[in-house]
Design a protein around this ligand. Structure first.
Ligand SMILES: [Zn+2]
Length: 286
């Protein structure tokens, strides 16, 4: 893990923590953070108390070429941030260090990547969803809202620091220049807005437009050949095909049955029955 702290020039501003590659096969995030640091960070220091970056966090996973975290056992590092967990629990030095740094920060931006992903902020369905969605709308940042109850870095940050933001970028297992550059720009945009945004997440019953997800009863490999990420889809559109890897059947088309003109954001390579496999965004960033 590479840690860098940049001291800002605005003492009463926010302390920002940017985290990349908690999942070992997600290399785009740390590449994006590096590009952000080298080319876009400096002017932001005028409006922040500090910006700290953590790159290549899951070192053991990166070396083992897996998503999982193998420093203490093979597991998902982004499920180890339970605020009720005792520190005597089996936490590695890396996770303990991260927890302390998250507590010290005012804003935590945890950067991930997924296959076939449109760069965006991913918001949990909870009583804070509205204020996060509003921040994205005001800042003209693409976002999607989805169910996630896991003890993630974002959740821990929201409980301990105030503001926790998950970013999803495109690409796993390798890095494309354009994806990293898009990520750097998105990170800059978030910090640019959040450094001066008069906002603390406020709790209320969610009223955002329900996220739109296509679901399937099949399991297998999803293929979106012919679709442009970020492109519009319409009610009744065939959004892709699913091929069951345990079966020789031909790819089965899957139809989107949601409101018109929505935007394809993110897919997952392998799906299980009833698992959402495509997120469709209610608001598109211009
Ligand atoms: Zn991830």
């Amino acid at each position: 893990m590479i840690t860098k702290k940049y001291t800002g020039h605005y003492d009463i501003g926010r302390n920002i923590l940017v985290i990349g590659s908690v999942h070992g096969n997600e290399l785009t995030p740390s590449s994006a953070i590096k590009m952000f640091e080298d080319t876009l960070l400096e002017p932001l220091l005028a409006r922040c108390a500090s910006i700290t970056t953590l790159k290549w966090v899951n070192t053991s996973g990166i070396i083992a070429r897996t998503r999982e975290y193998s420093e203490i056992s093979t597991t998902d590092m982004n499920r180890m941030f339970d605020k009720n967990a005792d520190d005597s629990d089996d936490l590695s030095d890396t996770v303990s260090k991260l927890k302390n740094m998250i507590v010290d920060a005012d804003v935590v931006i945890d950067v991930h990547s997924s296959p076939n992903c449109y760069p965006m902020v991913l918001i949990n369905v909870d009583n804070y969803s509205d204020s996060y969605a509003q921040f994205c709308v005001d800042s003209n940042i693409a976002y999607a809202i989805r169910y996630n109850e896991n003890p993630t870095i974002k959740k821990y940050a929201m409980e301990m620091s105030g503001i926790g933001i998950t970013v999803e970028l495109n690409g796993i297992e390798s890095v494309q220049y354009q994806d990293a550059a898009n990520g750097a720009v998105l990170i800059k945009k978030i910090i640019d807005h959040i450094s001066t945004y008069k906002w603390a997440p406020t709790q209320k019953e969610p009223t955002y437009p329900v996220m739109f997800e296509a679901k399937t009863h099949l399991s297998g490999i999803v293929d979106y050949t012919g679709h442009v990420l970020g492109g519009s889809i319409f009610n009744g559109s065939v959004v892709g095909t699913v091929t069951d890897i345990n079966d020789d059947r031909s790819p089965i088309p899957v139809t989107y049955n949601g409101p018109d003109g929505r935007i394809i954001l993110m897919t997952e390579g392998y799906i299980s029955p009833n698992e959402p496999y495509i997120l469709v965004q209610p608001h598109k960033a211009k």
